[in-house]
Design a protein around this ligand. Sequence first.
Ligand code: PMP
Length: 364
Amino acid sequence: MQQRVFNFSAGPSTLPLPVLKEIQQNLLALPGVGASILEISHRSSTYDEIYESAVANIRQLLELPENYHVLFLQGGATTQFSMVAMNLLQGSEQSAEYIVTGVWGKKAAAEAMKEGSARTAWDGAEENYVRVPYRGELELDPYAAYVHFTSNETIHGVEWQEEPWLDQGVLVCDASSNFLSRPIDVNRYGLIYAGAQKNVGPAGVTIVIIRDDLLEGIPDGLPIMFDYRTHVKKDSAYNTPPIFAIYTIMLVTRWLLDEIGTLEKMQLQNRKKANLLYELIDESGGFYKAHVNTGSRSSMNVTFNITEAALEAEFLKQTQIHKLVQLKGHRSLGGLRASLYNAMTVEGVRALRDCMREFMAVHG
Ligand code: PMP
């Protein structure tokens, strides 16, 4: 077998090896079925079992209350930027509040503004997205249709350590890049959406978790695929669902339950991994510099620079030699980014840290 690299990609990203092996082993013929997962109908009992177990695993991991639905939709998290607003804002007298801590939140707000009245309640752009707002800075409309935030901004590496403080109203979260990386109190949310391709599976499916009572306010007349009620009624199979992606989610969530256990344990491991890098960066005497302020730093996407920027190209060459790949920062921010999703091993992060240390010893 070709040797696997340590893949620090921001998404699609590394998946747990046991999951990939199981996919490989059963790709030609699912046990007891004799056909590939790529070939079976979504109207088969095999698919029903896969779908039900994927939903059950997510429910168990998040300790999801009964009054929340789990949906598997297509069109990526980007489609949710519009769909959230079409369902929860269109036709409403109220306005929606967007807390913008990075590029994705900004895009979400822009789409909502096309569907109804939406306001950017806070925007970290002036500081180039280095933190979440301080508590006193946030002035939210108590009558807002909903308040939207991005729990982890993948490009700048800004992560909320806890939810924004909301006395009342509906909290909506784009959790694409930290979904199932840590426990959350679902009861505080009205709707959570997440593209699968970071922590839970391949590209092609977006998970939406929606509280039941929100279905009542959805305006009639939306295109059928853009109405959450369609997907609730039809168990996410109104049309052909992305079967392979849902199958992979089932395997990844099963891996989480069997190999890690709980989201508390996953969070501890994720923090440990991120701290291995942040500590080295902070103790590098200015050789490396973290992009984000302490208190808002992401456990998923560690964004940093080499202060002498001209060295970054050489650094990327060195990491490549050590089979550490996809460490270039997003084109809109530059610098470097190490994405450490659930499936990235401590061994992989140690290898990166060792390489960073060695590079500093030579060039520092
Ligand atoms: N939100 C966040 C936080 C993301 O990281 C991304 C993708 N990197 C998106 C939304 C867009 O997701 P998609 O490509 O699935 O539309």
